[in-house]
Ligand binder design. Structure first.
Ligand code: C2E
Ligand code: MG
Ligand code: MG
Length: 755
């Protein structure tokens, strides 16, 4: 469900929307319009007030002008009243002077008591009004009579003049009451009056309307048009004159009166509104851009975080072995270099253990890679149990593991670790549903004694491991100074080995096998020796593993077979003629597809009966690469060659292969025979093996017979053959021939020392 937006967020969203910008502008526009309206109103009041003043001033002015004329006419009337005999010519002179003085009158006239115009100046233009009765209606008659009675002047309204046009007449009575002798009147033409009394300013700016008793009486309009919005009226305050003056301004006057402020204010505010809106828009855009930038930055940061996490994962993957989950060799080496630095500063030691699983390759080959992988995982799990802040466990590849122990104060710390490692292999490993007892061999190098840098330490731990393996596995070996020399020697030996065959440096020694039933020597085991040009006679342990490693064993094996056949051929017609010869073949030799052909050729070239040749193979061969080896052994067997299992009992618990392989002979390992007379277990096993082999139709040879007791035990249990120092050490063929000829070999009658 979407989360409801908080008030603040809503506000922010609204403030950021374009509507807000529009609202700001509209607010400014409204204020501008309001202010303009207000100022216009103010202006209108002012204009109206000005207009009122104009109207009032105009009325006052007109009133004053009228009064001046009234007084002038009044003075003429008073003069005529004072001198009733005034001649017409004198009056005319007076009147003309008067007309000249004011210049606004249409005419000055004397009107008799009967309201008839008698005298008149100027005559020109006014001839037709002489004799005219001015009391032309009741209203006028009454007004004139009242004036005559009271002696007060009378002003006619605006009337149509007999001379044409609109006009105005002031009547001033000549004497009041009974003494009245008519009236002096002044006639004004409205146009002339207007021209004389009103300034051009007024005429140009206003339309002037005169209402007489509320009725429009005269309109003075010289304008193109008026502003009908404004008008001002003002009443005349003259007796007998019921006039109201209405002023309407022209557009120009109104415009001139108007102030600039409403417009300026409006424009300024709209401009300000526009500016504010634009600024807001700009701020919004900047904020939005900022938001976008922040968002982009956040996304970038997220991406960076992801990449860093990926990097960490990658680094972890790079430093970890995918199968076992342990640190890999690369990481181990880096860490070791770092560890050595720290150890150097802390003046402490570092233990480096190289661990190799015994017989792993064989298991892997025979039981499959799946098995091998599973076993490696199980071993890793146990070893990893040892890892802590001081111990790093790594997988080096193959069947090799490495452990680095930091902060070693005493060599006992390393020995303790070795004990713990050994403990890891105490229990069998459950692989593919079956328990498998696995052992490990270890080589140990300690910093700084065994090397000052990571590479040297590793190499020396490797050398120590090699030595430990040579000693018979399931053990450990610390690197010592001499080892380095031995390693150098080993490398030299390897080099020499490549020359040995060409230089014919190998020899075969023969160790006789005593037939326990007959006391005869009918067979010998051929054991190789290397007559090294500098080191003397070398035993097979010193060079066979080396030859196996380098692959030279195949050639050596071929040489052995050829040499054995040649020896058999040489023994023809000698006391050794009856001997069968057993040769040893290592697993690597069996891999050679042409082995059978080669054996056949060797036998054929010396014309040897194949049954004279026996081939000894260690138990491993029967376990590993079963299909191929079974095929090879079957073919060998078909040649007529005898097959023997060497060192029986030390390898595998499974005896099933005895049934499947075409085996003729079984050689019980020396380790059982050595204590056969002392250890009950060994005696039981030896007995059981003899019985088992016999039941399968296989002959049994006991190896390493050194005492007569052992010989007697074997005899008692019907072991077929005995081989060992008791009978003879391996000896050169000449010694063997001689011993056989002389009958000096131990056959149960007397001891012989041999080689
Ligand atoms: P192996 O085939 O089990 O040979 C028996 C070894 O036990 C021989 O050691 C022999 O000298 C030794 N031996 C015999 N009787 C006694 C005894 O009473 N007491 C003691 N302590 N030792 C006894 P050697 O000659 O040093 O050979 C060691 C191994 O080297 C052989 O063990 C065999 O596996 C291998 N080997 C020897 N010659 C060849 C060869 O030509 N080819 C191959 N591939 N391996 C060979
Ligand atoms: Mg042997
Ligand atoms: Mg043996």
């Amino acid at each position: 469900m979407e989360k409801p937006l908080s008030f603040t967020r809503l506000l922010v969203r609204w403030l950021m929307s374009p509507v807000f910008v529009l609202v700001i502008f509209l607010v400014f526009l409204a204020i501008a319009a309001g202010l303009r309206e207000g100022l216009n109103q103010q202006d209108n009041y002012q204009i109206q007030a000005n207009l009122n003043n104009e109207a009032r001033a105009l009325t006052d002015n007109l009133e004053r002008e009228f009064l001046v004329h009234v007084q002038a006419i009044g003075r003429m009337a008073k003069r005529l009243s004072a001198e009733p005999q005034t001649a017409r010519s004198e009056w005319s002179l007076d009147a003309r002077n008067y007309l000249d003085d004011f210049g606004v009158y249409q005419a000055v006239q004397w009107i008799d008591q009967n309201f008839i115009i008698r005298w008149l100046e100027p005559l020109t233009g006014n001839e037709e009004v002489v004799g005219y009765n001015v009391a032309f209606n009741d209203q006028r008659r009454e007004a004139l009579e009242q004036a005559a009675a009271t002696g007060h002047y009378d002003i006619s309204g605006i009337i149509d003049l007999r001379q044409g046009g609109k006009g105005l007449v002031i009547y001033y009575p000549v004497g009041a009451g009974d003494a009245n002798r008519g009236y002096i009147s002044g006639v004004f033409r409205m146009e002339v009056l207007a021209e004389q009394l009103l300034t051009t300013r007024v005429l140009e700016n206003f339309q002037i309307e005169i209402q007489d008793a509320g009725e429009p009486a005269y309109l003075l309009d010289s304008l193109a048009g008026v502003n009908s919005r404004f008008s001002a009226s003002s009443a005349f305050e003259l007796p007998t004159l019921n006039w109201t003056l209405t002023l309407r301004p022209g557009h120009d006057w109104v415009d001139a009166q108007r102030s600039q402020w409403p417009g300026v204010t409006f424009t300024s505010l709209v401009f300000m509104g526009l500016l504010t809106a634009l600024t807001t828009l700009l701020v919004q855009l900047i904020l939005k851009r900022n938001q976008d930038l922040l968002k982009t930055r956040k996304e970038l940061e997220q991406e960076i975080d992801q990449r860093v996490a990926m990097q960490v994962d990658l680094e972890r993957l790079e430093s970890t072995d995918t199968l076992t989950g342990l640190a890999n060799r690369r990481f181990f080496m880096e860490d070791l270099a770092h560890t050595l630095n720290i150890a150097d500063r802390q003046m402490r030691q570092v233990g480096l253990v190289m661990l190799d699983l015994d017989r792993f390759q064989m298991l892997n080959d025979s039981l499959g890679h799946q098995f091998g992988d599973e076993l490696l995982i199980k071993v890793s799990e146990r070893l990893n149990g040892l890892s802590n802040e001081k111990i790093l466990v790594a997988y080096s590849g193959g069947d090799e593991f490495m452990l680095c122990q930091q902060q070693v104060d005493d060599i006992d710390d390393v020995i303790h670790l070795l004990g713990q490692i050994k403990q890891c292999f105490a229990e069998p490993f459950e692989v593919q549903g079956d328990p498998h007892s696995i052992t490990a061999t270890m080589g140990v190098a300690v910093y700084p004694q065994s090397g000052l840098d990571a590479d040297t330490l590793m190499r020396n731990a490797d050398i120590a491991l090699y030595r430990a393996k040579a000693q018979g596995r399931n053990t450990y070996q610390f690197y010592t100074e001499g080892m380095q020399d031995r390693e150098v020697m080993r490398l030299e030996l390897d080099k020499d080995l490549s020359q040995a065959l060409a230089n014919n440096e190998f020899v075969l020694f023969y160790q006789p096998q005593l037939d326990l039933a007959t006391g005869e020597i009918n067979s010998v085991e051929a054991l190789i020796r290397w007559q090294h040009p500098r080191r003397g006679l070398l035993a097979p342990i010193e060079f066979i593993p080396l030859a196996e490693e380098s692959g030279r064993i195949t050639e050596i094996g071929r040489w052995v077979v050829v040499a054995a056949c040649r020896q058999l051929a040489q023994w023809r017609g000698t006391p050794c003629e009856q001997l069968r010869v057993a040769v040893n073949l290592s697993g690597r030799e069996l891999d050679d597809e042409s082995l059978i052909d080669h054996v056949r050729d060797a036998l054929a070239s010396e014309n040897i009966d194949p049954s004279k040749l026996e081939v000894e193979l260690t138990e491993e061969i029967f376990i590993q690469n079963i299909e191929h080896n079974l095929n090879q052994l079957t073919r060998l067997r078909e040649l007529g060659v005898q097959l023997a299992i060497d060192d029986f009992g030390v390898g595998y618990s499974s005896l099933g292969y005895l049934r499947d392989f075409p085996v003729d002979m079984l050689k019980i390992d020396r380790s059982f025979i050595t204590h056969v007379t002392e250890r009950h277990d060994d005696a039981v096993i030896t007995r059981a093996v003899i019985n088992l082999a016999h039941n399968l139709g296989i002959q049994v040879v006991a190896e390493g017979v050194e005492t007569e007791d052992q010989l007697n035990f074997l005899k008692a249990h019907r072991c077929n053959l005995a081989q060992g120092y008791l009978i003879s050490r391996p000896i050169p063929h000449e010694d063997l021939s001689r011993a056989l000829a002389e009958g000096t070999l131990f056959t149960g009658q007397h001891a012989d020392s041999g080689l």
